[in-house]
Ligand binder design. Structure first.
Ligand code: SF4
Ligand code: SF4
Length: 341
């Protein structure tokens, strides 16, 4: 099966055209009457206007309801300390960013302790799948295509692997990366310690040391360092961990109960999770729909010069897609794209 693409053309009614795209692509074939349907998305960070616009989500909700499904928005709490770190603040963010047309259920609960530990394969043995995702009957994975500072690219596979897991699951993925301080570059200014939400980097004899077991590999210290003395080692392995987690997430669904929509619009350098996601990297492409996670991400990356993401993040963003294919997630690395008008 192919990936369908509606090119971004603001001279037509895009919301209406998107509805026809979903019909053509069979996006909602996975919905049956009375299904509890997770609409998995990112509600955006306050201050960052680049996330999937609620006007499109409204129509997705209506489609699910028209088929007798019971849709709810969902996302999991962040593992780092930010606006969506707990369910209360996450729900307030969702409301402020316009997601108010269906219940918003934070997938891993008030303080991210609602998850199911499931077996997976690849670089991880097991992964903590957020409870409301693991218990949903069907899922529509709605992704915003953009760059990512740690994994190079965020699309459907990252939305599954990182977005559908609890804080402990996110941490398990991030910990495949190592952090290193180059003492010859460190000037002992302490900016890294100030930037770290937990104050982990210690300054010993004028040099930073990061030894804490609690380090979350969030990279805030590295971004704040004026001399680029801190680097994350093995970032490509994070892509493999994301694919491994995505495999675990999908194992909680019956076959054919998950479908994908990706918006390649406002394609920023970095993730929606930042209040300042960097510059727009690529021109708008359009709306992709597919029943296969590997195909939908590969279709987007093959449609653009994705090497700009690699250059911005110093990581190969194809790793997560190739690893997902190796692990047996559905789809092709060179899918046929049906252009829909
Ligand atoms: S911010 Fe960079 S230069 Fe300053 S103490 Fe930390 S590692 Fe060293
Ligand atoms: S990566 Fe840096 S900022 Fe993040 S927790 Fe570890 S020491 Fe702190």
């Amino acid at each position: 099966m192919n990936v369908h693409l509606l090119p971004w053309d603001s001279s037509c009614n895009l919301v209406e055209a998107a509805n026809r795209l979903y019909d053509e692509a069979g996006t909602f074939d996975c919905i049956e009457k009375n299904d509890l349907v997770a609409i998995k998305l990112h509600v955006g960070e306050l201050g960052n206007p680049y996330y999937v616009q609620p006007v499109f989500i409204h129509e997705i909700i209506n489609k699910v309801k028209s088929l007798g499904g019971k849709p709810f928005f969902t996302d999991s709490n962040t593992y780092y300390l930010a606006q969506r770190h707990n369910a209360y603040d996450h729900m307030v963010t969702a409301l402020m960013n316009g997601f108010n047309m269906a219940p918003f259920i934070v997938a891993d609960g008030l303080k991210s302790e609602n998850f199911q530990l499931v077996k997976t394969k690849g670089v991880l043995d097991e992964i903590e799948v957020a409870g409301a995702i693991a218990q949903a009957d069907a899922m529509i994975v709605v992704s915003h295509c953009k760059g990512h500072e740690l994994s190079g690219f965020g699309g459907a596979i990252k939305n599954l692997g990182m977005g559908c897991t609890s804080r402990s699951g996110k941490l398990r993925q991030h910990r495949v990366v190592d952090l290193m301080v180059d003492a010859s570059k460190c000037i002992g200014c302490g900016k890294c310690r100030k930037a770290c939400p937990w104050g982990f980097p210690g300054i010993i004899e004028g040099k930073a040391h990061i030894t804490s077991e609690g380090c979350m590999r969030c990279s805030l210290c590295a971004s704040s360092c004026p001399t680029d003395a801190i680097s994350l080692i093995g970032k490509n392995k994070l892509g493999k961990a994301i694919a491994s987690a995505a495999f675990g997430v999908l194992s909680t669904f019956e076959p054919k109960k998950v479908s994908y929509i990706s918006f390649a619009k406002d394609i920023t350098e970095f993730c929606d999770c930042l209040p300042n996601p960097g510059k727009i990297m690529l021109s708008d492409v359009g709306i992709f729909s597919s029943k296969m996670p590997v195909s939908i991400d590969a279709a987007f990356l093959n449609s653009v010069n994705y090497k700009v993401f690699n250059a911005a993040s110093n990581v190969d963003c194809m790793v997560q897609v190739q690893e997902a294919k190796t692990l047996g997630l559905k789809g092709e690395l060179n899918p046929k794209i049906e252009i829909f008008h």
